[in-house]
Design a protein around this ligand. Structure first.
Ligand SMILES: *[C@@H]1O[C@H](CO)[C@@H](O)[C@H](O)[C@H]1NC(C)=O
Length: 443
């Protein structure tokens, strides 16, 4: 029961995939008279390979990149099979859209193809692995056609982007949500640039690497020859990596050590990885819509507090812009019992999704930086935690099936276990039924 309550549970994400796919599968029929905005729809052609002992080597050699979904054994239940097909559809659509890009796609069954999986080093079921040259990149993000496509396109690009002029530098300076590195090197042939590039490949596409060979650009970045700066998201000043020039190993070690920022934005392309990187079982989560005036103001305060406290090693706040995860909004509102139209900050226990949220007394008044800092201090010291209220009121526990006599009266003879499920599941079942109608036409 532990992992299933995790708010970003893959199962529920998979379920939502169905909704995301609707437009692609052509169930929404809008026939545009004009050309230029024709949204791709799955054409029905099989492009995703069923990877097995006999064909995996050939597939590896044939494409410049091979993208494999390592999945649970195909279940007997018809419903679960549909769920599996939906996942395969996502891959099929991505394969179709990227047909010209020399990327292979395949499915590896955790039971049937256990031998291949072992050979390839696949270990996390329901993950996607991308094989590119001698590297394996695990995709730990939202399995939607959009996110996958963007991820793969990013992987096709050069691991290091070169900044040639002031305009490109301006664009670089605006990317303050990203972890970025920038180095100044003599030229493309420099051995230090080569080491930088090798390091970049190991973090592509999650961490962005930039380089310049121009003195004027380097001067604006205050970079000396062979120097590399590390930019933490939302911080004003970068950190210069000490002791230049750097070998690939030194760069990798530094990045690995400093990778977890004080404030990070949840991104579809690595949301599960971020969520799994909890700090002693909890996350400090801030919900704020950047497009909303209150959300924007709250974010500014949050950034200020993050900058003032970036020295605290145990502080890492996950900022979620609800606009980026519309399908999860109702789920989060229900699970966390918060209004996501307002900015919120709270502590979430990743084991049971239990949470406490900072009281923002006056509807109109956002906390000051000082108030927010005090609250964060209370979280770090354990004074604010998700456990204290547990004894006083048991309302949070969805598992309790007492006091509700009415329910039992109207229920039919379904087995008792079902009653223990929380509301989420029954909602999902309803949705599934709707889906079934549409699905049957396809079969
Ligand atoms: C999170 O919840 C689990 C299960 O209820 C509990 O055992 C654990 O102590 C909690 N962790 C924290 C840090 O509160």
């Amino acid at each position: 029961m532990v992992a299933t309550l995790f708010p970003l549970d893959l199962g529920s994400i998979m379920h939502h995939l169905w909704l995301m796919l609707l437009p692609f599968l052509g169930l929404v029929s809008v026939a545009p008279a004009e050309k230029g905005l024709e949204f791709p729809r799955y054409d029905g052609k099989d492009r995703v390979l069923d990877i097995n002992d006999r064909n995996y080597r050939k597939a590896m050699n044939k494409y410049s990149m091979l993208c494999l979904l390592y999945h649970e054994p195909i279940p007997d239940s018809k419903e679960l099979q549909k769920k599996h097909q939906m996942t395969e559809m996502v891959l099929e659509l991505v394969a179709q859209v990227l047909e010209e890009k020399d990327i292979g796609f395949g499915m590896v069954d955790a039971k049937k193809d256990a031998k291949v999986a072992k050979k390839l080093g696949l270990d996390e079921v329901d993950s996607v692995y991308v094989f590119k040259e001698d590297r394996v990149i695990e995709f730990d993000g939202l399995l939607s056609a959009n996110t996958m496509t963007e991820f793969l396109l990013d992987l096709l690009e050069d691991p290091v982007e070169v900044l040639d002029n002031a305009l490109e530098l301006k664009a670089f300076n605006r990317m303050d949500e990203e972890i970025r590195l920038v180095g100044f090197f003599k030229n493309q042939e420099s051995e230090h640039f080569e080491a930088f590039k090798e390091a970049a490949e190991q973090f592509q596409p999650y961490i962005k690497f930039f380089a310049t060979f121009e003195k004027t650009v380097a001067k604006q970045l205050t970079l000396k020859m062979n120097e590399v700066d590390f930019y933490e998201p939302f911080m004003e000043e970068p950190v210069t990596i000490p002791e230049k020039p750097h070998s690939e190993e030194e760069l990798v070690a530094f990045i690995t050590k400093h990778r977890r920022p004080t404030l990070r934005k949840l991104r579809a392309e690595d949301m599960f990885e971020t969520w799994e990187d909890d700090i002693e079982g909890i996350h400090i989560v801030a919900f704020a819509e950047e497009e909303d005036p209150d959300g924007f103001e709250f974010l500014e305060i949050l950034k200020e507090v993050a900058r003032d406290n970036t020295h605290l090693p145990d502080l890492s706040i996950v900022w979620i812009d609800p606009d980026d995860f519309s399908l999860l909004i109702p789920y989060w509102e229900k699970t966390f019992k918060v209004d996501l139209f307002r900015p919120q900050i709270g502590v979430v226990n990743v084991t049971d999704a239990d949470s406490v949220w900072m009281a923002m007394d006056d509807e109109e008044d956002l906390p000051t930086a000082q108030e927010l800092e005090d609250w964060i201090e209370d979280v770090l010291s354990g004074k604010v935690n998700t456990e204290d209220d547990d004894e006083e009121d048991d309302d949070d526990d969805d598992d309790d099936d007492d006091d509700d006599d009415d329910d039992d009266d109207e229920d039919d003879d379904d087995d008792d276990d079902d009653d223990d499920d929380d509301d989420d599941d029954s909602d999902e079942d309803e949705d599934d039924d709707d889906d079934d109608d549409d699905d049957d036409d396809d079969e």
